[in-house]
Design a protein around this ligand. Structure first.
Ligand code: S3P
Length: 449
């Protein structure tokens, strides 16, 4: 990765009018990681279209190359993963650097837990602060041997194992990364692995495993008890073609910006609308947004639609904890939308935001306060925001891509400088150009300037 070579940048965002136009956003990050990972251990060539070429996914591509997998591309979103089969990964020559990507590290740890070689996973300063015991503990129950740093953070040192034992596990936190890590380890287990979750989280791993021929069953438990997925170990995956839909988490910044600016009319084509990801649409609609879906179809086993938003004046809402997992990456956007809406917005049960690329509750609250918005975090993992106007000022993104993009698309009344925006490239290459093409006014400046 070329991280250290990239200069530090800030954004200067000037007030702008309604958003108008017709766009596409880059491919879904979660699905892109999974195409590379599952394609790598499948038999045959997996052809991918629409792959996100953000740094997080490129870290996964580099990781699998270092594990002996040939990957052509990605170029213009196209890649071919030449699968090496379930036993074909090879020991890497050096530690694998996963940069900023928690998804890459947690899913890879599951996939590598049952291999016959040692390896070490490292990350950048943000990833090195993120909790890993949530995966190392269940993987240890399967017989994996993974060491973390003191405090349960990366690096992860994974020791060679000769297969794993299946487990039944109920996830204590709502996390698709934990669920996926265990399911990927389950591919190498000697029997049936079962993961139960109280509130459904994104199910891209299950969908893709099923599409590649894994023996997997899913079941909704009786009312209120969540859902369960089971995977049979020992099976082989068969390569296929995968079309990656546009990332709803990237679309969300522009959809929310358009939703709250009267006069806007924005069409975003080809967005993934998997129901485990559409919490942001539900929250914006609850706030009064005018959003319509058309051209609904299934691509690569995932529901996709064109989303059209017409701008209105939004109002504050209470966001129910049950919606949180399906909008988990969109809360920075919800917070800035709430800041310029009428009335108060209350979010509860979102404590997981504290362990994302930054502490998104604290960093969002500080950013809002810097722009004159009354916002406070609450003890129940939430935030209360008094809607009104947002002034100009300076916001520190804490190196968090989603904080940077959320504030860059906020409707502030005067110019805002956003510090430390380099990591936008992890998930949304071309963000600034695309945002400006629909009416925003974002300038990139050297962080020193
Ligand atoms: C992801 C799951 C989510 C999300 C992350 C991507 C995934 O994390 O925040 O950006 O691809 O599985 P958790 O499952 O830990 O909440």
């Amino acid at each position: 990765m070329q991280k250290s070579a990239s200069p530090a940048i800030d954004y200067i965002v000037r007030p702008s009018g309604p958003l108008r136009g017709e766009i596409r956003v880059p491919g879904d990050k979660s699905i892109s990681h999974r195409c590379i990972m599952l394609g790598a251990v499948a038999d045959g060539d997996t052809r991918v279209r629409g792959l996100l070429e953000g740094e997080d996914v490129l870290a996964t591509v580099a990781a699998f190359r270092s594990l002996g997998v040939e990957i052509d591309g990605p170029e213009d979103g196209e890649a071919v993963v030449h699968g090496v089969g379930r036993e074909g990964l090879r020991a890497p020559a050096a530690a694998i650097d996963l940069g900023n990507s928690g998804t890459a590290m947690r899913l890879l740890a599951g996939l590598l837990a049952g291999q016959g070689f040692d390896c070490t996973l490292v990350g950048d300063a943000s990833l090195n602060r993120r909790p890993m015991r949530r995966i190392t503990e269940p993987l240890a129950c399967m017989g994996a041997w993974i060491e973390t740093a003191d405090g349960g953070t990366p690096p992860l040192v994974i020791r060679a194992r000769d297969g794993l034992a299946p487990i039944g596990y109920t996830t204590p936190v709502a996390s698709a990364q934990v669920k996926s890590s265990i399911l990927l380890a389950g591919l190498y287990a000697n029997g049936r692995t079962c993961v139960t979750e109280a509130v459904p989280t994104r199910d891209h791993t299950e969908r893709m495993l099923a599409a590649l021929g894994a023996t997997l069953t899913r079941e909704d438990l009786p009312a209120g008890e969540g859902s369960r997925v089971r995977i049979e170990g020992g099976g082989r995956l068969a390569a296929t073609e995968i079309d990656v839909p546009g990332d709803i988490s990237s679309a969300a910044f522009l959809l929310a910006a358009a939703a709250g600016r009267p006069g806007s009319d924005l069409l975003v084509r080809g967005v993934g609308v998997n129901p485990t990801r559409t919490g942001i649409l539900a929250i914006l609609e609850q706030m009064g947004a005018d959003i319509s879906q058309s051209n609904r179809r299934i691509a690569g086993g995932e529901p996709v639609a064109d989303l059209r938003v017409r701008g209105v004046a939004l109002h504050g809402v209470d966001v129910a904890p049950a919606v949180v997992p399906s909008a988990i990456d969109e809360f920075p956007t919800v917070f800035v939308a709430a800041a310029t809406s009428r009335g108060a917005t209350r979010v509860t049960g979102a404590g997981e935001l504290r362990v994302k690329e930054s502490d998104r509750l604290a960093v969002s609250a500080a950013g809002l306060a810097a722009l004159g918005v009354r916002a406070r975090t609450t003890g129940d993992g939430g935030m209360v925001i008094e809607g009104g106007t947002m002034s100009g000022g300076e916001v520190d993104s804490a190196g968090d891509h989603r904080i940077a993009m959320a504030f860059a698309t906020a409707a502030a009344a005067a110019p805002v400088r956003i510090r430390d925006c380099r990591n936008v490239a992890t998930s949304f290459p071309g963000f600034r150009t695309l945002a400006n093409s629909v009416g925003l006014d974002i300038e990139v400046v050297d962080a020193g300037g």
